[in-house]
Design a protein around this ligand. Structure first.
Ligand SMILES: Nc1nc2c(ncn2[C@@H]2O[C@H](COP(=O)(O)OP(=O)(O)OP(=O)(O)O)[C@@H](O)[C@H]2O)c(=O)[nH]1
Ligand SMILES: [Zn+2]
Length: 283
């Protein structure tokens, strides 16, 4: 049988095949592969009611996140609350860099727009102008149809700080009750988060109910950082073709910042992160 691992908990894998979910044992059950199956994997498995089944084969992964350990993510949806908690654009841009680095498509959701609609529009402008699909939503408004349509057919990792509204969005998108606040309790205690990873789904949208890869450190060379700022690529006429867009003369990126064609906050965060990488080799 063929299916997708949707949950790993207490020593069992739960595999969704068609409309059914099968429970299989986690240990000693994948004979022909040395790969340890993780949530998100597409697998071949044998199912027997008595002994439960076992996984025979893990299909090659499109990609993999390490925290949480999940595979085959089609989209990282980065959730930015306008307030409560107040967003931090350096952390947002670092999360974007991580997704770009992993080769995962990403989109932005500005959430809690009801708390400050002006800030919400300002944030949306920054990320739209920087080349990202951007949605503005609030749980006080019935305005998620566009977002839901966009997520159709995708496996989505919601990324964002605790309290950003990830669980709220998940339950609205999937039309399902999701325990709001549950993940943060687990995260605070720490130990449960690695034991239990689950994909929530409805119809053909799959969502990871985890904090996403917000707390990863990334090791990249500072010279490579510019490759993860997609809007910089529109301005490729710098005098030096290895220009880092810092202090070099005749820099097309800096000129674009001066003209307002590249968002100031994005460029400032680029400089900040560049220096961090230069000093520490990671962030
Ligand atoms: N005003 C307002 N509050 C919201 C909105 N969306 C979520 N909230 C509230 O924000 C709080 C946090 O929401 P959650 O959905 O639990 O946030 P989370 O990102 O899942 O947080 P963790 O589970 O800790 O990672 C809850 O009290 C929600 O009711 C919104 O659009 N507007
Ligand atoms: Zn340049």
């Amino acid at each position: 049988m063929i299916g997708k691992i949707i949950k790993l908990t207490g020593g069992f894998y739960y595999i969704k095949s068609g409309d059914e979910v099968f429970e299989t044992r986690a240990r000693g059950n994948f004979r022909h592969s040395k790969v340890e199956p993780i949530v998100g994997d597409d697998v071949e498995f044998k199912y027997e009611e008595k002994t439960l089944g076992y996984i025979e084969k893990v299909y090659p992964r499109k990609n993999m996140l390490t925290r949480p350990r999940v595979s085959n993510v089609d989209l990282a949806l980065i959730v930015i609350p306008v307030l409560d908690p107040k967003y931090n654009l350096v952390i947002i841009d670092k999360t974007i860099i991580q997704a770009e680095h992993e080769g995962i498509d990403l989109a932005i959701v500005i959430n809690k727009a009801d708390l400050d609609s002006e800030s919400a529009e300002e944030l949306a402008r920054i990320y739209k102008n920087s080349g990202f699909e951007t949605f503005v939503i609030s749980d006080k408004d019935d305005n998620i149809e566009n977002l839901r349509a966009y997520l159709h057919g995708k496996t989505v990792a919601l990324c964002g700080v605790s309290g950003a509204g990830k669980s709220t969005i998940t339950s609205r998108i999937l039309n399902k009750e999701v325990e709001v606040g549950k993940v943060s309790e687990k995260t605070k205690r720490g130990k449960h988060t690695t034991r239990h990873t689950e994909i929530l789904y409805n119809d053909d949208i799959y969502i990871f109910d985890t904090p996403g890869f917000s707390s990863l450190t990334l090791k990249i060379e500072e010279e490579d950082l510019k490759n993860y700022f997609r809007e910089f690529k529109n301005f490729n006429t710098c005098k030096f073709n290895n220009c880092n867009h810092i202090k070099e003369p005749k820099c097309a990126v800096k000129d674009a910042v001066d003209r307002g064609e590249i968002e100031k906050s994005r460029y400032e965060n680029y400089l900040y992160i560049f220096n961090e990488l230069k000093e520490k080799g990671e962030y």
